[in-house]
Design a protein around this ligand. Sequence first.
Ligand code: URA
Length: 433
Amino acid sequence: MRMVDLIQKKRDGFALSKEEIHFIIEGYTQGTIPDYQMAALAMAIYFRGMDSQETSHLTMAMVQSGETIDLSPIKGIKVDKHSTGGVGDKTSLIVAPLVATVGVPVAKMSGRGLGHTGGTIDKLESIEGFQTELTPEQFFRNVNEIKLALVGQSGNLAPADKKLYALRDVTATVNSIPLIASSIMSKKLASGADAIVLDVKTGSGAFMKKLEDAKALAEAMVSIGKELNRQTIAVISDMNQPLGYEVGNANEVREAIEVLKGEGEAGLTKLCLTIAAYMTVAGQIYPDFDSAYEELDKVLRSGQALETFKRFVQAQGGNPEQIDDPEKLPQASFHVELKAEEDGYVTQIDAEAVGIAAMLLGAGRATKEDTIDHAVGITLRKKVGDPVQKGEVLAVLHSNSEQPAASINRLKQAIVIGKEKVNKLPLIYDVLQ
Ligand code: URA
C-alpha cells in the first residue's frame, strides 16, 4: 500500500477501508508516514469527510496505537463523562461524586485547561495537598471503596491522536467533524469505561459555535459508540454564556460545593442532574431518566454527594477542612467590581471573552507551559436576561494585581447591556443516544 494512493483516493471522495486506515495510523505513529503526507490526508478528510464506518475505523486505529486502560478490577458498570470544553464548566466536580453516591463507579481521567477553557484537574489542584497522580493500586482501591477517583491523563493513551492533533493544529484541519469525533472518542475508549455520557457544548465559548455543528459532532460520536459497542449518550448544552456564576479555579470549587449542598445556581444544577441522570441509567442504577433525575435531586439536597466529594478529596490527599469551609480555599488579594453604566437588561455575556479575561488574571494558560494562579478568577453577578440598574455590580474580578486593566477591558466588552428585555438562554438543546 502506498500513502500517496490513499491520499488521492480520499481527495477524490472515496471511502478508505479498515485496512487502509490502520495502515495509515500505524505508519504515522511509527514515523514511516511523514507529517507532510498526513497533513495532505487531513486536508482531504476536511473537504471530503468520512462516513460513519471510516470514522469508527479511524477511532479504533487510534485507540490501538497505544495503551488502553483495563478497568476490570472495578466492580459494576463504569460510566465516564466528557465535556467538549467550556467556560465555568465545573460539572465533573459535581456529577462524579453525585453518581458515585448512588453506586456508579467513576474511574476518571481529566485534562488541564488551555486558552479560554478551564480543566477539572487544575480546579481540583486548588485544594491543598490534592494529588492528581495515583498508583494503579490506589486508583482501583479508591474506586472500589469510594466509587470515585479522578486523575490527570497519564500513560501512552492514543498517541496517534496526540501526534495528529498537533499536526491538525498547524495545518488548519482541526475543525473537521470526523477528525474531532474520532479524536475525542479514541481517548475515551482507551480510558476503558463501559458507557460514556458526552456534554457537547455549543455557543460563543464552545468549540462548536453553531448548534447544527454541535449536533453533527454529537451524532458522529454517538455513532462511533454504537459501531464499537460502547453505549454513548450526548447532551447538547449551551455555552453562549459561562456555566454558573464562577470562572476560575478555587472559586469554581466553591461553587461546586454550593451545588453539592443543593444551593447552587439553577441552570448549573439542572445540567449536572441531567448528565448524572443519563449516567445512572447507563449504569443500571435507575430504570429511566425521569426517576433518575428525581432521585438524584433528593440525593443532592440530602448532602450525601457532598460527603462523597469530601471523602474523595481526602482519599487523594486533599485538605477536607477546605471542603467544610470553602472560604479556606485560596483567595485573591484584590476584588475589583465591574458596574453597569446604564439601566437595562443583560443581553449577552460572551463566554469566550470571559474565559480570556479570567486567563489574563492568571486563572488559565495561554500556552501549555504556563502555570496558573488558583486564587484568581471572575464571579458573575448576572446572567443573560437579568435586569440591571446603573451602578449595580455585574461581575467581580478576583486578582492578585491591584488594577488588572487588560482583564477588566475584556470583561467590559464581554457583558452587553441593552434596553430591550431578552429571554433567558436555553440550557439543553438536545439529547442524542
Ligand atoms: N478536542 C479533542 O480532544 N480533539 C479534537 O480534535 C478537538 C477537541
